[in-house]
Design a protein around this ligand. Structure first.
Ligand code: G3H
Ligand code: 13P
Ligand code: NA
Ligand code: ZN
Length: 307
């Protein structure tokens, strides 16, 4: 059942976080649904701009609509991840999405507000809710100096002004994470002090944590043992999710970890069975392994058992 993101947030706020998982294809979709059903968790399917153009946005929509029929017990929202204004508007008009993210965080504060407000107005007119972003995730770990790194984090007072002026429904905050498999190359970790201050400025307001893959070291080691070359990969400690949820983080974004599961399964399968060239055996293993990953992650998020 496709539900509104707002209802998922209302039930979760302050207690647990909803897992927001990116998908690109059928196998990810199957693993995602199975894992969430196995762990009795509500979830958010995230679709990026790149995912919409990987095959075709309607292909993805068709797969998800079918999954909704195949798995009637699933409770989920459909969300555009990191949209620009045009993509947000397309998703709002499509009638398929529960919510959109407008990411104008690389613009100036005022320009970010201006763009976000336009998307919020269009979305609210159609009954969708909007996530926006304030702060710079990607660059945080690229700087060695702590003061430079801190300058990229979300400013709590600005966050309050941003939410008030835009009318946005949730806010992605930069509190030390970054996208991809190489986080915390400096000394940074999660900045719970900043998060606590954002929550003080914005009580009962859903916050979002991007860049939250944990990049399991065992997964990385298996990939590298099977011919991969992703040395030095590092992620977020998912034992910190519960503390983040208490401080208002209601949605936690995870994409990279799923890619690592896919990579490990396929590398190991074709290493161990070099005569095989059928796509289904490895695809089947991936769906099972991805479902296991999702179910375990939902325990860390606290969303497991909430249905
Ligand atoms: O934050 C980005 C997500 O991991 C989606 O990645 O834009 O390559 O689909 P993508
Ligand atoms: P990861 O790269 O840590 O999985 O983050 C995904 C994300 O934030 C999607 O918006
Ligand atoms: Na940003
Ligand atoms: Zn993100």
């Amino acid at each position: 059942m496709i539900v509104t993101t707002k209802d998922l947030f209302k039930a979760a706020y302050g207690k647990y976080a909803i897992g927001a998982y990116n998908i690109n294809n059928l196998e990810q979709c199957m693993g995602l649904f199975r894992g969430n059903i196995d762990s009795k968790a509500p979830f958010i399917i995230q679709i990026s701009k790149g995912s919409r153009s990987y095959t075709n946005k309607l292909m993805l929509e068709g797969i998800i609509r079918s999954a909704d029929k195949v798995f009637p017990e699933a409770v989920f929202a459909v969300h555009l991840d990191h949209g620009d204004e045009a993509t947000c508007m397309d998703c709002i008009q499509s009638g398929f999405y529960s919510s959109v993210m407008i990411d104008a965080s690389s613009e100036s504060f005022d320009k970010n507000i201006e763009i976000t407000k336009r998307v919020v107005d269009a979305a609210h007119a159609k009954g969708l809710v909007v996530e926006a972003e304030l702060g710079q995730l990607g660059g945080v770990e690229e700087h060695v100096s702590v003061s430079e790194a801190d300058a990229k984090l979300t400013d709590p007072a600005q966050a309050k002004e941003f939410v008030t002026r835009t009318g946005v429904d949730s806010l992605a905050c930069a509190i030390g994470t970054s996208h991809g498999a190489f986080k915390f190359t400096g000394t940074q970790g999660l900045h719970f002090d900043v998060l606590a201050e954002i929550q003080r400025q914005l009580p009962n307001f859903p916050l979002v944590m991007h860049g939250s893959s944990s990049v399991p070291q065992e997964e990385v080691a298996r990939i590298n043992a099977a011919g991969g070359q992703i040395a030095g990969a590092k992620g977020v400690d998912d034992n910190q999710f519960a503390q983040a949820a208490k401080l208002g983080v209601t949605k936690i974004n995870i994409d990279t970890d799923g890619r690592l599961v896919w990579c490990r399964v396929h590398r190991e399968h074709f290493r161990d069975d070099p005569k095989d060239f059928d796509l289904r055996p490895a695809g089947k293993i991936f769906m099972t392994e991805y479902a296991k990953f999702i179910a375990a992650k939902n325990v860390k998020l606290g969303s497991a058992g909430q249905l």
